[in-house]
Ligand binder design. Sequence first.
Ligand code: THU
Length: 160
Amino acid sequence: MREVTIETKLKVYEGPEHLNEEIQQLMNAAIEARDNAYAPYSKFHVGTAILLDNNKVVIGSNQENASYPSGLCAERTAIYYAGAKYPNAKILKMALTASSQNQVTDKPIPPCGACRQAIAEYELKQDQPIEIYFMGAKGKVVKSDSLSNLLPLLFENSVL
Ligand code: THU
């Protein structure tokens, strides 16, 4: 038996005002998208903005459904739209923000496990890391240089 330690490196910014201009703009696009979320059941609004290497920004927000599992998270709404509309573009950066109507969301909200797996697919496909910035409605922003930092031991298609 041998024990393995997996380490992850993240950067924490005290607030969005500490991000560079490009990321602030991307985060603002995510906030705008978040405000258009359709989340009447959870009242938890999530927005995502994706910057592609063709300079386009693709956004997404969570879309809920009366049949709860039929809804979709903001991150997957956005990344599947990017994949559908610009199949050959590389995904450079993603900005995520979440806001609850029930409480102040002042801590960074990372993407859920299913969204991490979905983002990983595109990172592997393009063979280039995707930078991910995530926050709540206010407060700290966390940056991950790559999706792989957020999902060690991810499921890869090489095993199929
Ligand atoms: N949600 C997202 O959009 N992204 C995540 O990473 C976590 C959760 C959405 C799904 C659902 O509409 C609501 O937030 C509450 O789970």
